[in-house]
Design a protein around this ligand. Structure first.
Ligand code: PLP
Length: 427
């Protein structure tokens, strides 16, 4: 971080307050409900990577649909402010903007692990020579279970046919290591599924380079963007990624269990012979209610939909996506980089010898999350943090994950966090 001697030192509270005063996005904090302590103070909430906070418009959006149901019954499918038949479409363009996709490449449906399985049904196409699946180290368990279930489903070996590189540098794997692996072993790999931002270490992978390299070796490439969507800039279409999925309740603030988003590259759309599990919501909308016996898929990612979606689950997500649309994802990312750099700086200045940051130290290799490894773990650290008004997340054996989210976290939050943690660690 650059220091100017004429200005107030970044280690001073006034520096944080000044950053917040000059932050054009600061007022968005008021658009979210911050959980409160027993004494009524807002918590410092650093868990937006796990469950995003409730937008102030969420209850209004849900109530509108309850009201439509009450007043219109079945007619709510076609009438009312936001008819249910195309309700999911209201989320499509906003989601596509956030992940860098064409509108037709995106659909919001189901939840993440369900979607990963549906997508792998289409994009894991092993043969005898080319059947392995490549994943990153410290994969989120659900992704691993999903991948192994696909391997077993195709009669392959869930251990031997799963490739996981162990880190070469602390918790992280360099892009070159992945690319080299493909150059040596690409011929036996059928599919890649990597967390765009790893949930544990916070490492962001070079998705463009990995996609290009995997394609050189005829591997299909998917990303789990649970920790990337709404966090870092994504250009799924331009990068040529084959498929991706993410969840609606982490950085996207759609509420617990909110529906997931799916991306399928244009090149895979409109094909009649693609393997896929199907249902009536994937059928051409103009003839869906003719109830024909023959499935006529839509030419968009919507062909992967099976059922009519839960409107009440989509409503809070739509409320939040409207806020993202107001801020713009590039403005959010710009603030996010500054916020995380500031937090990193304060930790290095004040908690040296106590905490090791395992997340990469360059902005392009991470999102907002920092994963802090406690060099001397102390008991009940999370309870102690909670008592001082901080909500963060603990991962065994010794890692605290903290995510300063640009929509509702402030520079003041970062300052307070480090100060309170320092007090706890100094006993
Ligand atoms: C949060 C998360 C999940 C959760 O899956 P659900 O199906 O939404 O319960 C899966 N994978 C990753 C990488 C995650 O971060």
């Amino acid at each position: 971080m650059k220091m100017n001697l004429l200005e107030v030192s970044p280690t001073d509270l006034n520096y944080a307050l000044e950053q917040d005063q000059n932050d054009p996005l600061a007022h968005f904090r008021e658009r979210f409900h911050l959980p409160k302590t027993d004494s009524g103070e807002p918590f410092i909430y650093f868990c937006g990577n796990s469950l995003g906070l409730q937008p102030d418009t969420a209850s209004q959006f849900v109530n509108e649909e309850l009201d439509t149901w009450k007043k219109l019954g079945v007619d709510g499918h076609l009438a009312g402010k936001r008819p249910w038949l195309p309700y999911h479409e209201f989320l499509t363009q906003y989601s596509a903007d956030i992940v860098g996709a064409l509108e037709k490449e995106v659909v919001v449906m189901n939840s993440l692990s369900v979607n990963l399985n549906l997508l792998m049904t289409s994009f894991y196409r092993p043969n005898d020579q080319k059947k392995k699946i490549f994943m990153e180290h410290n994969t989120f368990p659900s992704d691993r279970y999903a991948v192994q279930s696909q391997l077993k489903f195709h009669g392959n070996n869930p251990i031997d046919d799963l490739i996981i590189l162990t880190p070469d540098d602390g918790a992280n794997i360099t892009t070159n290591r992945i690319l080299d692996y493909f150059d040596q072993n690409g011929s036996e790999i059928a599919m890649v599924l990597i967390g765009g931002v790893n949930y544990y270490s916070g490492q962001a992978f070079n998705m463009k380079a990995i996609t290009n390299k995997a394609h050189e070796h005829n591997c299909l490439v998917g990303f789990d963007l649970a920790h990337a969507t709404g966090n870092i800039r994504l250009k799924l279409h331009d990068w040529g990624v084959d498929f991706a999925a993410w969840c609606g309740y982490k950085y996207l603030n759609g509420g617990p269990g909110a529906p997931s988003g799916v991306f399928i590259h244009e090149r895979h759309l409109g094909l009649k012979d693609i393997p896929r599990f199907e249902g009536w919501w994937g059928h051409d909308k103009s003839t869906r209610f003719a109830m024909s016996d023959e499935f006529d898929p839509m030419n968009t990612a919507e062909a992967w939909q099976l059922s009519n979606p839960s409107i009440f689950a989509m409503a809070p997500l739509l409320a939040s996506l409207e806020i993202f649309h107001e801020t713009g994802i590039s403005n959010l990312r710009e603030k996010s980089v500054r916020l995380t750099n500031y937090l990193e700086y304060l930790i290095q200045e004040n908690l040296n010898n106590k905490i090791e940051i395992i997340t990469p130290s360059t902005s392009k290799d991470r999102g907002c999350q920092l994963s802090l490894r406690m060099i001397h773990p102390i008991e009940n650290i999370m309870d102690k943090l909670h008592k001082t008004g901080i909500i963060a997340d603990w991962r065994e054996p010794d890692v605290i994950r903290i995510a300063p989210v640009p929509l509702y976290n402030s520079f003041g939050d970062c300052f307070e966090f480090v100060e309170r943690l320092e007090k706890i660690l100094h006993g």
